[in-house]
Ligand binder design. Sequence first.
Ligand code: DP6
Length: 329
Amino acid sequence: MTDRTMEASAHACANIALAKYWGKADAKWNVPAVPSISLTLDQLVTETQVRFDSALKDDVVRLDGRRATAREAQRVVAMLDRVRHEARFRLRAKVTSHNRFPTAAGLASSASGFAALAAAASAAAGLPFNARRLSALARASSASAARSIYGGFVELPAGGHGDSGLAARPIAPPEHWNIRLVVALTEPGPKKVGSTEGMERSRKTSPYYQAWLKSAPTWSRKIKRAVKERDLDMLGRAMEQSTFAFHCCAMTSVPPILYWAPGTLAALCCVRGLRERGVGAWATMDAGPHVKVLCAVGEAARVRQALDRTEGVTRTWLARPGPGVEVHR
Ligand code: DP6
């Protein structure tokens, strides 16, 4: 065989779910059971390079300068296999990925990571750029990653059994609404129970899971309308309900999953206090202890300062609406 290498790189931003995804309709194809809506964020970026190389005997995966663990590598190889299948070749790849934010802080990296990997691997394999296809490919690895293919405000519909082509779609570009997200870190270290495992446990054991499935589409519809109308109060109210409802499912799972740290509650009380003083600030959380606060541009400095002064908050970040995935050859 002649020597052959094909490479490309891509970068993708993380996203924050405004309407939360929690629970799968089909675990094999990784199909979400509820619709979700997100905002892509400019600050939390993953850069990934993929090189298919006929000299390689196995796939090599490096994350943030270290060799990936067996579990991490398995998820990366599963995506490479899907790309190889589509491109009809068997070349092994070297994948090198860097997060421009500390993964150890427990901030989500799977969304930006799998979105960047889907785009870089597809481009390296010579597949033409198609955002919808990339979104479905990213979704098969991590559903939140499907949303990071697009910039700004994005929705991922719920799917059904065997819905292998399910993809996210854009609602509005980043410039539609110049809002801010203040990220308040409350505890170092990776999350205790990964979201994949957590949501499966909720599905199987939480008595509140059916109620969540019933209510989630209503919040999602409200949030989509609020995004279109740029109505922060409507968005904030529905977003907090969506967050607390999925955390209720987590907490009432068997055994229970409590993602919260003392700083979590302190930050949530800080947000409530800000609202009582007339500041439009609204909280959301992922499967971890950190609190993310949505507010108008003009309030961002005040919100950040209040969170910085909150006991248990170790660090804050300011993010704004960000772009979709970008490929470089
Ligand atoms: C709480 O997308 O990480 O952040 O599809 O199993 O990889 P998998 O799960 P993942 O779950 C994200 C859950 C969430 C809410 C959200 O981002 O919608």
